[in-house]
Design a protein around this ligand. Structure first.
Ligand code: ATP
Ligand code: VIB
Length: 252
């Protein structure tokens, strides 16, 4: 079985884009163009606790714009949302729900919220979380761990979007990644986080042929996509990351 990917479709929003759930995390929203594309292409928009401050701060200079970015729900332990931000979204009738357990991150609490919605609708959604990675290293590794937690749910794709990258987990098996080089690349990496992986690839400048990759040994960073389709065969889960290439690209 081949798993097909087109991660940048979450940015292009072309006809093939399956609607996904966008989860806004608590990191600065620096690339408003990319954020705007994700927002427009999302079906559900959930905000993890202090992510609401970031959403508010990104658009507060323009009340009209601010009012265009109204999420479906804000969820978390609510120790980070500011009172002024809470008052604003309450005035917009956004549901704000507190879940206090100290075992899961506010990111995971939003994933649990999606699971509730999915049960109601009888439908599974892909998940896109942003701004993910960067900031605190424990949170960054926790976000990568979230990808690992969902690796067996093959019916959904899970993509982390940071200022510079689209990042996802490729489970063991064969993957075909369609790259839209106008939106992403060419720089990419394949990281065997969690365990060693033996990799065979096609479509990269530095292709691998049954190369054992592991931390402490070889890993593939600063690699380059040279073909629209990249094929990766791996015997263990690996993290794929590709740079976002949206500079000076007008919104379609
Ligand atoms: N400094 C950070 N660096 C990277 N990611 C972060 C950081 N802070 C928060 N996040 C992400 O945003 C989500 C929402 O953050 P929140 O506002 O609740 O901060 P927090 O209380 O420190 O996070 P948590 O309660 O989940 O540990 C977190 O679950 C995490 O995924
Ligand atoms: C082994 C272990 N390590 C750390 C935490 C702490 N923790 C993990 S997620 C979370 C929620 C943050 O809002 C907190 C406090 C734990 N529970 N178990």
């Amino acid at each position: 079985m081949i798993t097909h990917w087109c991660p940048s479709s979450i940015l292009s929003g072309d006809g093939s884009t399956k609607k996904f759930c966008l989860i806004v995390l608590n990191q600065p929203i620096n690339h408003v163009d990319a954020f705007n594309r994700l927002w427009d292409n999302a079906f559900y928009k959930f905000v993890a606790d202090g992510g609401s401050n970031r959403l508010y701060d990104a658009f507060k200079h323009d009340q009209h714009k601010l009012a265009q970015y109204i999420p479906d729900e804000i969820r978390g332990d609510l120790d980070s949302i500011r009172p002024d931000v809470r008052a604003y979204y309450e005035s917009k009738r956004v549901k704000i729900t507190k879940v206090s357990d100290q075992e899961s991150t506010d990111f995971m609490k939003c994933v649990a919220l999606l699971n509730e919605k999915e049960k109601e609708r009888g439908q599974i959604f892909d998940i896109v979380a942003t701004p993910a990675l960067g900031g605190r290293f424990d949170q960054t590794m926790s976000s990568i761990n979230t990808l690992y937690k969902f690796k067996d749910q093959i019916e959904r794709k899970f993509i982390l979007v940071s200022d510079e990258n689209l990042t996802m987990l490729l489970d063991k098996g064969t993957h075909q990644i369609q790259c839209q080089l106008s939106l992403e690349g060419p720089t990419c990496g394949i990281m065997p986080i969690g365990s060693a992986a033996t990799l065979t690839t096609k479509g990269l400048k530095w292709d691998m042929d049954n190369l054992k990759c592991e931390y402490g040994g070889a890993i593939s960073t600063s690699n380059v996509v040279v073909n629209d389709i990249v094929e990766i065969v791996t015997d263990a889960p690996v993290i794929w990351t590709i740079e976002i290439n949206l500079l000076n690209k007008p919104i379609q």
